[in-house]
Design a binder for this molecule. Structure first.
Ligand code: NAD
Ligand code: MG
Length: 398
């Protein structure tokens, strides 16, 4: 029998790659529900091809979508709206697998709902885990949800860890002979820029990643290295390992997607051409393997592999994220919220590239942290950090 899939954020880069794989395996997977925040015409094309039973859009888009459905003679598709709709499809009893591919904090509650409902959750939406950390992991433990990483690095680490690793006690220590995680980073488009050059980079330059084609927000995060910072926090939670056991390694070719080191001197790496279809297919089918269109690595034509240490003077975001993880509690929530505001301000040409990290740093200094006791508190502090970051953006340059 085929498995029923819900794709949160279907019109995005990860959503599209997910559809590409499902299309190759129609006998194994059926698209039950999809959600989109914008691009209604693209959503209609998706509905024509995949026939979901439910779509979720913002309430303000319903009329437009209904018009398109009429024009294209699409019937029998239920339309739900806003956050309540996202949560309803994420926890729907007819859904087996949820792809969490909304960008940013907007994905938190739907992702958490899927986890609480005990689904197989394919986690692309790293911000959701950065914000809710232990609460999300505890919810997965309680509901027996399978929270599987789609982020290429975390998927690589998952593949390199020993079997049964996740049954261990979660006390931050590496287990079962594991000694260290090597989290790889491409270094982004500005790897070799001087601090002076970084001050004048444009939005277009920041959004053009040398190795991966991704949504705007994660592209800017990759350019500041905040993406690696968020991923460091993501790895701590997913693999129950404290940040001191994670080393970030810049590897510009993005062929090795991360590594796990063992006490006997072994280092295991997962390699492949940089294409998100590989980790998505892995998480979809795990522990089985399914085919993708991604070509196998050709070692005879492969360029050389380089490695270097990240420079946190030019890219302070990585340092800020590590410090936030060390502080724990609500600090990662504040970091993430401030970063979302700062990246949006950069994309709207309100602040310069190097100011993104400054806004995050100032917000972290101004908003009080504490224990992340409940999801309500996390959402409250997220809002507070956003308004603080917004004020810092407004005062910038004045
Ligand atoms: P994207 O911008 O291309 O797509 C985002 C999707 O989320 C779209 O479908 C959009 O309609 C929806 N969305 C945006 N705002 C929303 C809101 N307020 N409410 C509901 N839905 C909303 O982003 P992406 O590149 O596909 O990334 C998605 C997530 O996956 C991000 O968290 C990103 O960090 C992570 N990720 C992406 C990649 C990649 O290669 N693109 C790799 C690893 C992890
Ligand atoms: Mg990644």
């Amino acid at each position: 029998m085929s498995q029923s899939v819900c794709i949160l954020g279907v019109t995005g880069s990860i959503g599209q790659s997910t559809l590409k794989i499902l299309q190759q395996h129609p006998e194994q997977y059926a698209v039950f529900a999809v959600t989109a925040h914008s691009r209604m015409l693209e959503l209609v094309e998706i509905c024509k091809q995949y026939h979901p039973k439910i779509v979720v859009v913002p309430v303000g888009k319903v009329e437009e979508l209904q018009q398109y459905f009429k024009q294209h003679q699409l019937t029998n598709i239920e339309i739900l709206t806003d956050e309540a709709g996202l949560i309803a499809v994420a926890e729907h009893r007819d859904v087996d697998i949820v792809m969490a591919a909304i960008v940013g904090a907007a994905g938190l509650l739907p992702t958490l709902a899927a986890v609480k409902a005990g689904k197989r959750v394919l986690l692309a939406n790293k911000e959701a885990l950065v914000m809710s950390g232990d609460l999300m992991m505890q919810a997965a433990h309680d509901s027996h949800a399978e929270l599987l990483p789609v982020d290429s690095e975390h998927n690589a680490i998952f593949q390199c860890l020993p079997e049964g690793y996740f049954q261990n006690e979660r006390n931050g220590q590496p287990k079962q002979g594991v000694s260290r995680i090597l989290l790889t980073a491409s270094g982004g488009p500005f790897l070799n820029h001087s601090l002076q050059q970084l001050k004048t980079v444009t939005v277009a330059q920041a959004c053009k990643h040398p190795k991966w084609s991704m949504g705007q927000k994660i592209s800017v995060d990759s350019a500041t290295l905040m993406n690696k910072g968020l991923e460091l926090i993501e790895a701590c939670h997913l693999f129950a390992i404290s940040e001191q056991f994670i080393t970030v390694v810049v590897h510009p070719q993005s062929i090795i997607h991360s590594m796990v080191q063992y006490v006997d001197g072994s280092t295991l790496a997962q390699m492949g051409n940089p294409d998100m279809c590989t980790p998505i297919a892995h998480a979809l089918a795990w522990p089985k393997r399914i085919k993708t269109h991604v070509p196998a690595l050709d070692l005879f034509v492969m360029q050389q592999l380089d490695f270097q240490e990240p420079d946190t003077t030019r890219f302070p975001a990585l340092k800020l994220a590590r410090q936030a993880m060390q502080s724990g509690g609500l600090a990662p929530t504040i970091l993430n919220a401030a970063n979302e505001i700062a990246v949006a301000a950069f994309l709207n040409n309100r602040i310069g590239f190097t100011e993104i990290s400054q806004v995050v740093e100032h917000t972290l200094n101004q908003v009080e942290t504490g224990a992340a006791e409940s999801i309500e508190l996390i959402l409250q502090v997220d809002q507070l950090a956003r308004s603080t970051a917004e004020k810092i953006v407004m005062n910038h340059g004045s």
